[in-house]
Design a protein around this ligand. Structure first.
Ligand SMILES: Cc1cc2nc3c(=O)[nH]c(=O)nc-3n(C[C@H](O)[C@H](O)[C@H](O)COP(=O)(O)O)c2cc1C
Length: 180
């Protein structure tokens, strides 16, 4: 692994956090990184809802079955898309833009020493409607993903999941390992 890319390999999903607060300045850094992401025709169809209130974080965790870590995280960010702002009002463009922003945010968190975990929302209807109701989202605003954030209580080893069977050169090649 190229050491220059260590900031990518060391980004891991962190699901337990210390009680130490995350400053507003650091949150601003994360959001600047998120909004530096590529976006189709620079439409920037994203919104970021920053949540520190413990009751709201607990309510989010109840809506998201795999987001239990939000109960204990000092901070959550709900990443939402505005379908009216997305290129051609296309859901796919909106999701691609938001995924790029999510990854920038997660990498920035890692570089700053924070721990973070992507918590899935879209396309699970019950999670989307639950979060829309909880936060009073207007119709055009689609909750896409949440991030649980804090100072890591645990670390995980740096690694890649590089799989040579997923790399094709010049033309398609089928290998027995290609599907795994
Ligand atoms: C679309 C998406 C949804 C995810 N949803 C959850 C989730 O709800 N809960 C969770 O704990 N992790 C979630 N993850 C994190 C993955 O489980 C994690 O990225 C994967 O296991 C690889 O581990 P790593 O992030 O440490 O490299 C999600 C990741 C993505 C990209």
């Amino acid at each position: 692994m190229n050491p220059a890319l260590q900031f990518i390999f060391s980004r891991r999903s962190i699901r337990s956090f210390t009680e130490q607060a995350v400053s507003d300045e650091l949150v601003e850094d994360l959001l600047q990184a998120a909004m530096a992401a590529p976006s189709a025709k620079k439409k920037d169809p994203w919104h970021f809802l920053v949540i520190r209130d413990r009751q709201r974080l607990r309510a989010m965790a109840r809506i998201q079955p795999y987001g239990r870590m939000l109960r204990q995280a000092p901070l959550g960010i709900l990443v939402c898309g505005d379908i009216e702002l997305a290129l051609d009002q296309e859901l796919s463009f909106m999701l691609q833009d938001l995924s790029a922003a999510m990854e920038n945010l997660l990498l920035a968190a890692n570089v700053l020493g924070l721990g973070a975990c992507w918590v899935g929302v879209h396309p699970r209807k019950e999670r989307m409607s639950g979060l829309a109701e909880l936060f009073g989202l207007p119709e055009r605003i689609i909750p896409v993903a949440a991030v649980a954030l804090g100072w890591p209580a645990k670390t995980a080893e740096a690694r890649t999941r590089y799989n040579p069977a997923r790399v094709h050169r010049e033309e398609w090649t089928e290998t027995s390992a290609g599907g795994s």
